[in-house]
Write a protein that binds this ligand. Structure first.
Ligand code: FAD
Ligand code: SF4
Ligand code: SF4
Length: 486
């Protein structure tokens, strides 16, 4: 449909995504949105106006960190040609089934959609999800074309979204890539962090298998910094990419934090997702969840913890967050789902200390009410304590989801790798580090961010690594690096 014509006929809302009923879904770990059929997805695609590019305005495409040609793939969906649509998506996207589910598209591609100016934007994320699922279910994976070898070899540290993107892209360009991953499974946060009911692990596995089939070798159970160092890898490979993520939990450092029943979000979610604690005793990782679980934080990680706690049998799951609902950093959809499932939001409140019983188990949190002041450096209004407003909340489990820091092992064991004051690896715009031949990207260089930003970083680094390996092996000297590193 050409832009500008039949605008009055635009269906104002996205076609609804079927979902499990909230009362039922809190009893299982199955995916919440159950997916749309081909007919509905074609109708959703027909909401797109096929806008023409113009320097005067931003379009969907400009909001996608991996630069997928969105209008082109949607056009193919409008015509019912899913195979060609998927071929266009795969030109830029290594994990389509993942991004179609967890990408914060409301702030990215869909945030720029012209239809979204007056109506709901085109459901780009759900169209991408449909295509990836269609490809997997119909086994319509395009033929993998093996390029001729460049004779160069690359080591990638970490099989998260950043590392897998670099590995996939460099393999397609003819380099031999080996990924070294600390865990027994590949996927990074996609397997150990984001719960099954948001991102089924079989789907992550299928995406990883696709990348493997394209020629990437993944060596699991390889902790770089223990088993071997980045210097060892550099001795055997022509370049190294570090994508080790931000998996180190932040703590509140409040009195009583070492009481039993207080866990980091990271440990809680890893036990549930990776070690399948929800399936005890079939899997032998027990996890204890009290009647009332309090999760500290307001991001996606906090929503995942609070919703997981309900599914593990908590009678009440409470989010304690120091700002108001408008400032919650989690995706809107996750907040909405948490509310539908009965998670209680104790907003404008911050913890003061944890109180234990005679056995050393946590039994209460003391918290204080907050009000919002002027915006801080993050642009969000600063929370300010209301003196004398302290209150007590009974609880048997506390989950701390107040952010993660970069994994320190690789920087600690690679002395000439510069880090920033936040512990991230310093990189220039091309992902080059202070050490010749070593690139980095994703959460380890940006700090905890999103899947698609980690993948965007991976894409940029892969391009720069290809240039380094094939045409220009120059490297910035210390002074130039200092100026260029962000
Ligand atoms: P990671 O995914 O952390 O992968 C790093 C990999 O490196 C891991 O597999 C790790 O085991 C491995 N590794 C670490 N150290 C070593 C070592 N020394 N040797 C070898 N391997 C090593 N983002 C979204 O876009 N949408 C969401 O809905 C969303 N929800 C989230 C929910 C949770 C619970 C969490 C924790 C994060 C969420 N995120 C979400 C953020 C997103 O998952 C991350 O930004 C993204 O995974 C970062 O990718 P990465 O490749 O940089 O790092
Ligand atoms: Fe949108 Fe994310 Fe897909 Fe890009 S990868 S088109 S930002 S959903
Ligand atoms: Fe279609 Fe929206 Fe992109 Fe325009 S901005 S091409 S309507 S998806």
């Amino acid at each position: 449909m050409p832009e500008g014509k039949k605008k009055s006929k635009i269906v104002p809302k996205k076609y609804p995504m079927p979902e499990q009923d909230p009362k039922e879904r809190i009893k299982n770990f199955d995916e919440v949105p159950t997916g749309q059929d081909a007919e509905t997805i074609i109708k959703e695609a027909r909401r797109c106006l096929q806008c023409k590019e113009s320097p005067k305005r931003k379009l969907c495409k400009d909001g996608c960190p991996v630069e997928i040609d969105i209008p082109a793939f949607i056009k193919k969906v409008q015509e019912g040609d899913f195979a060609e649509a998927m071929r266009i998506v795969r030109e830029k996207q290594n994990l389509p089934a993942v991004c179609g589910r967890v990408c914060p598209y409301e702030n990215q591609c869909e945030g720029n959609c012209i239809v979204g100016k007056k109506n709901e934007p085109v459901g780009i994320g759900r169209i991408e999800r449909f295509l990836a699922d269609w490809e997997r279910n119909e086994q319509k994976h395009g033929k993998i074309v093996k390029p001729s070898s460049t004779g160069k070899s690359v080591a990638v540290v970490g099989a998260g979204p950043a590392g897998l993107t670099v590995a996939g892209d460099l393999t397609r360009l003819g380099h031999k890539v080996t990924v070294f991953e600390a865990l027994q499974y590949s996927g990074g946060v996609l397997v150990y962090g984001i719960p099954e009911f948001r991102l089924p692990k079989a789907i992550v596995q299928a995406e990883v298998d696709f990348i493997r089939r394209s020629g990437v070798e993944i060596k699991n159970d390889h902790v770089i910094g223990k088993l071997m160092t980045v210097d060892d890898l550099l001795a055997e490979h022509d370049a190294v990419f570090v994508g080790t993520g931000a998996g180190l939990p932040n703590w509140t450092n409040l009195e009583g934090e070492n009481l039993n029943g207080i866990l980091s979000a990271n440990e809680f979610l890893t036990r549930v997702n990776l070690m399948k604690a929800f399936n005890f005793p079939d899997y032998d990782t027990p996890i204890r969840v009290g009647k009332r679980v309090v999760t500290l934080g307001g991001g996606n990680v906090a929503m995942d913890c609070a919703r997981t706690a309900l599914r593990l049998g908590a009678e009440e799951s409470v989010i304690l967050y120091r700002r108001s609902e408008a400032e919650l950093p989690a995706r809107r959809e996750e907040v909405h789902h948490a509310m539908e499932e009965g998670v209680r939001f104790e907003l404008l409140a911050a913890p003061v200390r944890y109180i234990g019983d005679e056995n050393g188990d946590v039994k209460q949190i003391e918290a204080v009410r907050m009000k919002l002041g002027e915006p801080d450096e993050s642009g969000r209004r600063r929370p300010i304590k209301i003196e004398g407003s302290n209150f007590i909340l009974d609880c048997q489990t506390v989950l701390i989801a107040i952010g993660q820091s970069p994994n320190p092992l690789v920087p600690m064991t690679t002395p000439d790798l510069k880090t920033t004051k936040w512990g991230t690896i310093a990189v220039d715009a091309e992902g080059r580090t202070s050490k010749k031949g070593v690139f980095a990207g994703g959460d380890i260089s940006t700090g905890a961010a999103t899947v698609i930003l980690a993948m965007g970083d991976g894409k940029r680094a892969a391009k720069a690594m290809h240039k380094y390996l094939t045409e220009d092996p120059s490297w910035p000297d210390a002074e130039a690096f200092e100026k260029a590193a962000c």
